[in-house]
Design a protein around this ligand. Structure first.
Ligand SMILES: Cc1ncc(COP(=O)(O)O)c(C=O)c1O
Length: 380
């Protein structure tokens, strides 16, 4: 059998998801894969009802409770179906016979959330930034909120567009529901401000296949009768999220990631690091005449930095050359094109420094190339 090659340390992964995981987590996962805590079993082989897996599961729950400082009156649900699944499960569970909900359209993912919700109830669009190509976010004070809505749905970070809400709307008594898939655990979260927060795992939590939902207990119990049992918040909360077989490996890795975040200093430390990484990259882009950032300054994402080069051909070459330099997965979202560097918790300062260094060299090589072609034309 071929020997497994160690990943060279100079490889940096900027994927939007599934994304980079902390190195110490991957190291520890080797033990979980082959022989978890000396049990002689791989986590992959454990029945979810076993004592060993129960321990893994309970540890993951309590570490997450600690990380988000879970207030009383809230449940954490470990679900499947991804955040896209939640676009349906949220209205199924939380419309509560009211039949209408507010949706803020701020980018690619919130547009899809609103579209899906229309299958289950009526959707009031409180703001829509489509005219700007999803590059600005209108001030929350001007949103046309419905005081009788069942909930108001926001997307705290638009992964595809590289924009992030810097302020939450004041929705009064209407519960705020957030798709926080790409910025969950990248900064402290005041759970009490939300009726529900959800995030699929493959950005900052762990592998794809697990979706975290945090929901206010007072909002559950009125799911539509068609709601499948495995996606019914009330049943999940009452059964410790084990209505059916949970995604055991994903929960195990998530637990390791939660422990890593706590050991590194918690969510405040993650926020400081992420702000700093994003600042370095945005400042470089701003200082350059070669790169440009479409997102308005007041809503630029700290986790998905989207930028462009003068031409599509140059962007394609940039992605290819970056890969050759060990800088992986920098192509923008399929719909938007351009370049996207995702700077989630596991992406190091070193990775950002390497990226900026490469961007500088690439820009210089293209400028001198352009200057050389211009002087050739002048000579001819
Ligand atoms: C903000 C946001 N919402 C929803 C989704 C869809 O998540 P999933 O593919 O896990 O269903 C994504 C995926 O990237 C996302 O970034």
């Amino acid at each position: 059998m071929n020997e497994v090659r160690e990943t060279p340390r100079s490889i940096f992964n900027f994927a939007a998801g599934p994304a980079s995981l902390p190195r110490p987590v991957l190291e520890e996962a080797k033990e979980g894969l082959m022989n978890w805590r000396g049990s002689g079993q791989s986590v992959l082989e454990m029945p979810f009802t076993s004592t060993e897996f129960r321990q893994i599961y309970e540890e993951a729950f309590s570490l997450l409770e600690e990380l988000v400082e879970l207030p009383p009156g809230y449940s954490i649900l470990f679900m499947q179906g991804g955040a896209y699944g939640q676009f349906a499960f949220i209205p199924m569970n939380l419309l509560r016979g009211i039949g209408k909900a507010d949706y803020a359209i701020t980018g690619h993912w919130s547009s899809r959330a609103a579209l899906e919700a229309r299958k289950y109830g009526s959707v009031n669009v409180v703001t829509d930034n489509s005219d700007s190509g999803h590059t600005t976010i209108p001030p929350v004070e001007g949103w046309t909120l419905d005081p009788d809505a069942a909930y108001c749905h926001i997307t705290t970070n638009e992964t595809a567009n590289g924009i992030q809400l810097s302020k939450l709307p004041d929705t009064g008594a209407v519960p705020l529901v957030a798709d926080s898939t790409s910025d969950f655990l990248t900064k402290p979260v005041d759970v009490k401000r939300f009726g529900a927060i959800y995030a699929s795992a493959q950005k900052n939590i762990g592998p794809a296949g697990l979706t975290i939902v945090i929901v206010r207990n007072a909002l559950i119990g009125e799911a539509r009768s068609i709601t499948p049992n495995v996606f019914n918040f009330e049943l999940l909360a009452a059964n410790n999220s084990k209505v059916n077989t949970p995604p055991t490996w994903a929960v195990y890795i998530a637990g390791l990631v939660f422990r890593w975040i706590l050991a590194e200093g918690g969510l405040m430390e993650m926020a400081n690091r992420n702000r700093n990484k994003a600042r370095i990259l945005y400042e470089f882009i701003e200082s350059s005449e070669f790169y440009h950032c479409p997102a308005a300054r007041d809503c630029r994402s700290t986790v998905n930095v989207v930028f462009g080069l003068p031409t599509i051909a140059l962007e394609e070459e940039f992605v290819t050359r970056a890969r050759e330099h060990g800088l992986l997965n920098l192509a923008g979202h399929a719909i938007n094109g351009g370049i996207r560097a995702s700077l989630y918790n596991a992406v190091s300062d070193e990775a950002v420094t390497a990226l900026v260094g490469f961007m500088d060299e690439f820009a210089i090589s293209k400028k001198s190339h352009a200057a050389a072609s211009r002087s050739r034309v002048a000579l001819e």
